[in-house]
Every structure is written in C-alpha cells, then in structure tokens.
Design a protein around this ligand. Structure first.
Ligand code: F3S
Length: 291
C-alpha cells in the first residue's frame, strides 16, 4: 500500500501565528483564557488546558489575559471585554480582519451585505457584527434560490468556503440580483489545502482527512475529497484508524485541516506504516504457505 501526503496540510498561517503567541505565554508561565476553544481541535485544546490556557465563555472572564482566536469576534464583544480589567491578546487572523474591514465598508456604503458562509460559525458571527446595515448569511445554493431582495447587494465570503459552493451560490444570485460588489475572501491557505487534497484524492482509493470533527475547514476538506470520488475517512486521531479499511487499497492519501497539529499527523502516518508492515508480512506468509 502506497501512502501519500497532500502538498498542503495541517496548520495554516493564521493558526501557526496564534499558536506561537500562545506558546510564548506558556513559556513565560502566564495563564490565559481563550474566548471559546482556541482552535477547533479537541486534542490541542486539552493540551493547552494543562498549560493554563483555558477555553471560557465571556461571562466567566473577569480579569487576566484573554485571547481572541483566529476566527475573530464581533466589535460589541471586544467592547465588552475592554470594559473589564483584562489584557486582550488579539489572535484574529489578518485574513479574517480583512473580511471584517470589507464587511464594514460594504455596509457603510448602504449595501445589503451577503456573507457566503456557515450559519452560527464563529467567524461568520464575527463578520456579521461588522455590518451596520442589513446582512444575510447564505450557506448553500438552496438558500440562495429562496433569497430575493431589490436592494443593491455586496458579497463577501467566509475564509474556509469551498470553490464549488461559492460558484454554485454566485450563479444563483447573479441570475436574479443586482450584485455590485463581490469580494471572494476565501483565504489562500484554504484554497491551497482544498486543491492539493482534491488532486491527491483523484489518484488514491482512500483519503484520510485528519482534524477536529467540529472543524469547519476539516469537514470541507473531506467534502472536497468526496466530491472527486474518493472514499473518505474523517478522523481526529490515529486511535480511530482500522486496518480493515485498507484491505483492498493500493493507494491511500492523507490530508489534514488547518487546525490539525503536526504531532497528530505524524501519529497517523506512523500507525499507517505499522499497518503496512503487518499487511506485507501477512502477504509474505500467505505466499510462502501457497508456494
Ligand atoms: Fe487565516 Fe485562512 Fe487559516 S483565514 S486562520 S489562514 S484558514
């Protein structure tokens, strides 16, 4: 069985940056709250907790260091934090900040802001908070079909959306709305990861997608691989791997979400190598018995 790793996988620029800031705090033995889990990866969040970096709700945060995660937050929430004796450490990804600025600009100019994104995702909630006027979140083509307005429309995109979903939604909206502004704010890291995963998925029997089950970007990677016809297993850790999945596979591809750390990817690869050795040994014994 051949095991191949996608060209771009694992931590993206924004997550690396946030993790470096947090590791620096840990080195200085400082404690901090994160407003919600720092990244959508339960294993990393658990490790951070042991080092004094604790995920909390706004109501629980009274003082100390507070980390705003890569997804960013709505300005109201920042204001609430600023009214408390806390030290705000802003880890909002610069790509998300750019979306905030564009959303604010679109809505200040009197447009109805359409966000192509997932309902209730923290990044989308944050972006919504920067819109002073009307705002509408559209998650898929079906929702686009059911939406109509006579207002002039400006569009922005959640950074982790897939190219296919954006195109499907835009094709529906363009056919009936007056769209004056379209900013495709899907970030480069998302684009690179999704394209590399799809390229690999076309050439393997099975794709392993590693990352938090609660991670939007990891779920989208799995979706992209499925869309090109690969059999996909979305796993969080090496413990979930089953040898039986690979019984009839010659080629297995591996990719990982933007919030998946290297150590989890390495554990998966090493468990796959073990499976490979065991399967090769069984094959050799079988041949010897037959011969
Ligand atoms: Fe930033 Fe894109 Fe990662 S927006 S946090 S670089 S997925």
């Amino acid at each position: 069985m051949e095991i191949m790793i996608a060209d771009y996988s694992g931590f993206c620029f924004g997550v690396k940056r946030a993790m470096e800031i947090v590791e620096n705090l840990i080195r200085k033995k400082e404690k901090a709250f994160t407003l919600g889990p720092l990244i959508h990866n339960p294993q990393v969040v658990e490790r951070l907790k042991c080092s004094g970096i604790i995920a909390a709700d706004l109501s629980d945060i009274k003082e100390g260091n507070v980390i705003i995660r890569t997804h960013g937050v709505e300005p109201d929430l920042t204001k609430q934090l600023e009214s408390r004796p806390v030290n705000i450490i802003d880890c909002t990804c610069p790509h998300v900040k750019r979306v905030h600025n564009l959303a604010q600009d679109i809505s200040n100019r009197g447009y109805l802001t359409v966000i192509i994104g997932d309902h209730n995702h923290p990044e989308v909630e944050g972006i919504k908070g920067y819109c002073n006027g009307d705002v509408k979140v559209i998650e898929n083509a079906e929702e686009a079909k059911n939406f109509y307005t006579t207002k002039k429309v400006g569009i922005i995109v959640q950074t982790t959306q897939t190219k296919e979903n954006i195109e499907e939604i835009m094709s529906v909206l363009r056919s009936k709305l007056d769209i004056e502004i379209f900013n495709n704010t899907r970030c480069k890291a998302t684009q690179q990861r999704q394209e590399a995963a799809a390229d690999l998925a076309r050439n393997v029997d099975i794709m392993l997608v590693i990352g938090g089950k609660n991670s939007s970007n990891t779920k989208k990677l799995a979706q992209v691989c499925q869309n090109v016809g690969a059999s996909v297993y979305h796993i969080e850790t090496a413990e979930e791997l089953k040898k039986s999945w690979f019984k009839y596979s010659d080629k297995v591809g591996i990719t990982a979400g933007a919030s998946t750390p290297d150590w989890i990817i390495k554990e998966v690869i090493s468990k796959m190598d073990e499976f490979n050795k065991e399967m090769n040994n069984q094959e050799t014994v079988k041949k010897e018995e037959e011969g």
